[in-house]
Design a protein around this ligand. Structure first.
Ligand code: SAM
Length: 206
């Protein structure tokens, strides 16, 4: 089992693994925004859509020692890798994680209770559906964080005026829809951080 002070080294090992195996995880630029948002929220129940190898899950748990986390991954092989990493991180982490294997859109309706921190980091073309799917699971003061919302600068701002090329079109249009939804959602305040690929943080203020 890893001692608390060794978790940073373990996260570096996971970053190397992700690089070598070309698994997309939180970019270096986006990590501080993510970590600070977790710290600021001090969540007790975290929900993550898109586990990959468990990197952001572990980071979130490092930043919120009292929290438990439910994470959903559709790729069974990646989920196995995540499980192995979490086990190696030790009981203090592994015991706090419930890893569900399957499509987030199918598993969300099976969840119950309230989450005070939701991290959306799965299929970008499904973000509007994920937003809808988590609404009934949100605590009154929840925060919903979505990664990659500016997708390579194609979603909004300078350089996004051209009609996106065919292979990205659906994704870009759905990400624009996501930003429109969160910015106009009653009871939420949203800030979009440009770091990395863009991270939308929506605080529920009710
Ligand atoms: C960007 S990666 C997640 C990275 C991870 N959150 C991190 O930063 O360490 C996205 C993951 O979402 C998974 N995924 C994509 N669509 C999904 C869906 N509909 N349901 C569940 N998982 C999905 C992919 O298999 C992939 O592993």
């Amino acid at each position: 089992m890893l001692k608390m002070e060794n978790i940073d080294g373990f996260l570096r090992e996971m970053e190397r693994y992700a690089r070598e195996h070309e698994v997309p995880i939180l970019t270096e630029a986006a990590r501080p925004v993510f970590s600070q948002t977790v710290r600021r929220t001090a969540p007790l129940r975290i929900l993550e859509l898109g586990t990959a190898i468990g990197y952001s899950a572990l980071l979130a748990l490092r930043e919120s020692p009292g929290a438990s986390l439910v994470t959903i991954e559709r790729d069974a092989a990646l989920a196995e890798t995540a499980k192995a990493f979490l086990q190696r991180a030790g009981e203090n982490y592994a015991a706090r994680v419930t890893l569900l294997v399957g499509e987030a859109e199918n598993l969300l309706p099976t969840l119950s209770g309230e989450f005070d921190f939701v991290f959306i980091d799965a299929a970008k073309s499904r973000y509007p559906d994920f937003w809808l799917g988590v609404q009934s699971l949100l605590a009154p003061r929840a925060v919903v964080v979505a990664d990659n919302v500016l997708f390579r600068g194609l979603v909004e701002g300078e350089g996004s005026e051209a009609w996106p090329k065919h292979s990205y079109r659906t994704m870009v249009l759905r990400l624009r829809e996501y930003l429109r939804i969160v910015r106009t959602a009653p009871g939420f305040r949203t800030e979009v951080f440009p770091e990395g690929d863009g991270m939308a943080v929506s605080w529920r203020d009710e």
